[in-house]
Design a binder for this molecule. Structure first.
Ligand SMILES: [Zn+2]
Ligand SMILES: [Zn+2]
Length: 91
């Protein structure tokens, strides 16, 4: 009458990646949500790899979006000095 033996036979699986014990029917979902390789973790613009999507998002924001803003300003104004001047609050 070992209950664990009974359920461990077919219904339960263990995730190979995080060793979580989960029902076989939920394992596929767990793999998709927790360990999905479809989740974009590589920066499309510089091909840098990140351990999770939050790091990637932060990287894109800091590295590319802010740079893009600077480039936009640079395009509007002939040089960076005048761009900074234009952005500086009127004192
Ligand atoms: Zn897992
Ligand atoms: Zn990047």
């Amino acid at each position: 009458m070992n209950e664990f033996n009974v359920v461990s036979e077919n219904k339960w699986s263990r995730c190979k990646i995080c060793r979580l014990v989960i029902t076989a029917s939920n394992l596929w979902r767990h793999m998709r949500t927790q360990h999905s390789r479809l989740e974009p973790k590589r920066c499309e613009q510089c091909n840098k790899q990140f351990k999770n999507k939050y790091s990637l998002r932060e990287h894109v924001r800091i590295t590319h979006e802010l740079k893009q803003q600077r480039d936009d300003i640079g395009r509007l104004l002939p040089n960076e000095e005048s761009a900074i001047e234009a952005l500086a609050p009127c004192t």
